[in-house]
Every structure is written in structure tokens, then in C-alpha cells.
Design a protein around this ligand. Structure first.
Ligand code: SF4
Length: 173
């Protein structure tokens, strides 16, 4: 994939219908993470293979580091009174793992929290695969997991250095 001839847009808003209620499981999960001061780990996700690699890698990263926990981006962004949203906003740091340079979820997240506390990771340069493939099911499950493991290990190594090697700097690219 190339970014050289892509279209672009200025910042824009998306209208979202209001909502009532909470997800009991999501509330319990997020409240526990707030108590334990966990760092939320976001990802984009499939059915695109690049998003699926990001999702799998995010799960692996969060599983490996006790200070991290997976966060639901949809609930955090679209249910603004939820504990998932509160956890995201109150966390000292947020890990954002997107599947490609379009940074779909990262572009929302940076408007929801202090951008300075977001560590943004684009996983595509970490594996350089599947440029012309869309559906995750076109890649065997074992290969998806293997590639995600390699990506997760690279992310963990960078985060361990605590030098913010993947840290996004303005203008968020
Ligand atoms: S960042 Fe890339 S992989 Fe992730 S949702 Fe957007 S287009 Fe798909």
C-alpha cells in the first residue's frame, strides 16, 4: 500500500445517536481496571487482515504485561458516560495499536484524551504483509497468530525500552 496518491480530508465529525443503559460486563471490567490503575490497550480490528493482526497483537501485549489491560474502543467512544470512557480519560497512558497508516481508531482516540499520553503503534510496518489482501479469513489462523506474535514481541520490546519509539508526534503521523 502507498500513501503517495491518497485522498485526504480536513478534520470532521460523525453524528452518533444517543444511547441509554450500560453493558454490565463492560462496567465491571472497566471499574476493576480503574481500581488497579491499568493502562488501557486499544486496537482496531478485522475483518480486514491488517486490523485482525492489530487486534491479536493488542491481546497478546495486554496479556503479557500486568500493567496493561484491553479496552473496548466502541464502548469508550460511543457510550460517553460508561466506566470504559472514564477509564480511558483518567488513565496516565494509553496504548493504541492500529492496523495500518490510516490510524482509524487512533484518530478518534487522540481527540478523546490528552494526545501526549497516547502511545500510537501502526502494526503494518512491523510485519509488512498483506498489502493487497482484505479478508482475514484468506490467511490461515495459524499464520495470523504467528504474525501477530511477532508484531506483539516487537511492540513489547519497544515499550520495554520506555523510550517511546513508536510514540506519535504531532501532526499524528
Ligand atoms: S487502521 Fe487500517 S486496518 Fe485498522 S481499521 Fe483502519 S483501515 Fe482497517
Amino acid at each position: 500500500m502507498s500513501t503517495s496518491k491518497v485522498k485526504s480530508t480536513p478534520d470532521f465529525s460523525v453524528e452518533v445517536d444517543g444511547v441509554e443503559g450500560v453493558c454490565p460486563a463492560g462496567e465491571a471490567w472497566a471499574k476493576q481496571q480503574i481500581i488497579e490503575k491499568k493502562i488501557p490497550v486499544f486496537s482496531c480490528e478485522g475483518p480486514c487482515i491488517r486490523g485482525e493482526i492489530a487486534r491479536l497483537a493488542a491481546n497478546m501485549v495486554a496479556e503479557k504485561v500486568p500493567a496493561y489491560a484491553r479496552c473496548c474502543y466502541a464502548e469508550a467512544f460511543l457510550v460517553p458516560y460508561s466506566s470504559m470512557a472514564r477509564w480511558t480519560k483518567e488513565a496516565d497512558k494509553v496504548i493504541m495499536i492500529d492496523g495500518c497508516f490510516l490510524k482509524c481508531i487512533g484518530r478518534i482516540l487522540k481527540n478523546q484524551v490528552d494526545e501526549e499520553k497516547v502511545i500510537h503503534i501502526d502494526t503494518l510496518p512491523l510485519h509488512k504483509k498483506y498489502a493487497n489482501l482484505f479478508l482475514m479469513d484468506d490467511v490461515p489462523e495459524a499464520e495470523r497468530k504467528q504474525v501477530a506474535r511477532q508484531v506483539a514481541d516487537k511492540i513489547l520490546a519497544s515499550l520495554k525500552e520506555e523510550k517511546g519509539a513508536f510514540r506519535t508526534t504531532r501532526p499524528f503521523n
